[in-house]
Design a protein around this ligand. Structure first.
Ligand code: GLV
Ligand code: MN
Ligand code: MN
Length: 412
């Protein structure tokens, strides 16, 4: 079997570990996640790696090099609801293939492959669970205060899955022990396909903020309560949601999405008492992100005052925009050229584990074209041939980084 066939086989198998048959649903701390982890462990072992699952539920495979300092390659194994078979998991599969190809090579740096857990943040409205754990950004109180739609906290979900949340402090990275992080990911947009190129080198990744917003009004009879005497949480939410779209349009390249909304009591003949909705805002420019956030919050306050309503906001995620490492980007570009592949550079509007990690560790990302730019849906598809090209490019880049260290040693 060659690289293309192995990538295909792993992706075909992994897509079975899904709660739904209409697209892949692999939420964190579930049976499907457990099955995926167990398969990834097996594949990592076959690639000659020392394997373990950490306190965040991330799966690791290690190949010791001459130096204990690590080059880490990985992506996430969780998915959105009814998503596809490529987002995240394609990068984990490519990383395993990289380790397999290098199985018998002497490496200067230690190579660590990671399948990250809960990058999407779908279950708890958060995001970047494992990567934030590596950066020491979770505490027990936060884990106990974020809930899924069944009112299970992250803390309890971890325990039910056999993890010990208190052990998260033991997996915080020692930054000086890491040379760099690289992530292969499908583009999740139409640019690379439109440009007709094999691969994309990521320049920067958008900053992201996520909130849960609850608006509280009063439940009243839909037939007997005059329009001017209502405190309707739904109408207020609708006004705010419309304003959110307008606010995002003011800042070029910024986006804002309300993707989830729960109304209660959710009854045809009762004025809505409470509406809870998610808000996800993104921009490559931190000032725009802040301005957009303020614009939305001020409008929310005005609507609440005008209509005699109250509200609550919980911040679920806050990550600043990030630039990828310049030297690593140059190495990737050089490897692509030498292999005779084509590429363009682009920013990522999607979040990735590379986003929080890049604030502490030199980080690079390589994108593979997505068919029709479709993502977060069952139609997601990227050619295994292009994923195999990404594998080759990262292998050559790893070699460059290892040689760079030899050169540095010779000079010192
Ligand atoms: C992950 O796909 C995100 O950008 O939300
Ligand atoms: Mn995604
Ligand atoms: Mn992803």
């Amino acid at each position: 079997m060659n690289t293309v066939d192995r990538i295909k086989e792993m992706l075909e198998t992994l897509k079975i570990f899904s709660e739904t048959s209409n697209g892949v649903t692999r939420l964190p701390f579930t049976k499907e996640a457990e099955l995926a982890v167990s398969y990834l462990k097996q594949k990592m072992e076959e690639a000659g790696l020392e394997v373990f699952v950490d306190a965040s539920g991330a799966v690791h495979g290690i190949r010791r090099g001459i130096s204990p300092r690590k080059i880490i390659i990985g992506s996430h194994y969780d998915s959105v609801k009814n998503g596809g078979a490529y987002d995240g998991i394609a990068g984990v599969v490519c990383a395993i293939e990289i380790a397999r190809i290098l199985k018998y090579e002497t490496l200067f740096y230690t190579l660590e492959i990671i399948g990250f857990n809960d990058e999407e943040g779908v279950r708890f409205g958060t995001g970047f669970f494992s990567s934030k754990a590596f950066l020491g950004e979770w505490d027990i109180e936060k884990l106990k205060s974020q809930y899924d739609d069944k009112n299970i906290s992250i803390y309890d979900a971890m325990k039910n899955w056999g993890l010990v949340p208190e052990q998260l402090i033991n997996i915080v990275w020692q930054i000086s022990k890491i040379r760099c992080f690289m992530e292969i990911h499908v583009e999740q947009g139409p640019v690379l396909e439109k440009e007709g190129v094999d691969l994309g080198i990521v320049n920067g990744i958008v900053g992201m903020r996520r909130y849960s917003i609850k608006i509280f009004g009063r439940a009243d009879h839909a037939g007997t309560t005059p329009m001017n005497m209502r405190r309707d949480a739904m109408v207020a939410a609708a006004k705010v949601i419309e304003h959110i779209e307008m606010a995002a349009q003011k800042y070029l390249g910024s986006v804002a999405t309300v993707g989830s909304c729960i109304v209660s009591p959710d009854t045809v003949n009762t004025v809505p008492e409470r509406v809870e909705f998610s808000l996800d805002i993104r921009s490559i420019n931190d000032d725009d992100l802040y301005a957009m956030e303020q614009d939305i919050l001020i409008y929310l306050e005005c609507v609440a005052q005008e209509r005699n309503l109250t509200y609550e906001i919980q911040t679920k995620l806050e990550v600043e925009p990030a630039q990828m490492d310049k030297r690593l980007r140059a190495y990737l570009r050089d490897s692509i050229l030498r292999l005779g592949y084509s590429s363009v550079s682009l920013n990522s509007g999607a979040g990735h584990d590379a986003l929080p990690i890049s604030r502490k560790v030199p980080t690079a990302m390589l994108f593979v074209p997505s068919k029709n730019g479709r993502i977060h849906c069952p139609e997601e598809y990227s050619k295994p041939e292009n994923l195999a090209k990404a594998v080759q490019v990262v292998i050559n880049t790893l070699k460059k980084i290892n040689n760079e260290e030899d050169i540095n040693n010779e000079l010192s």
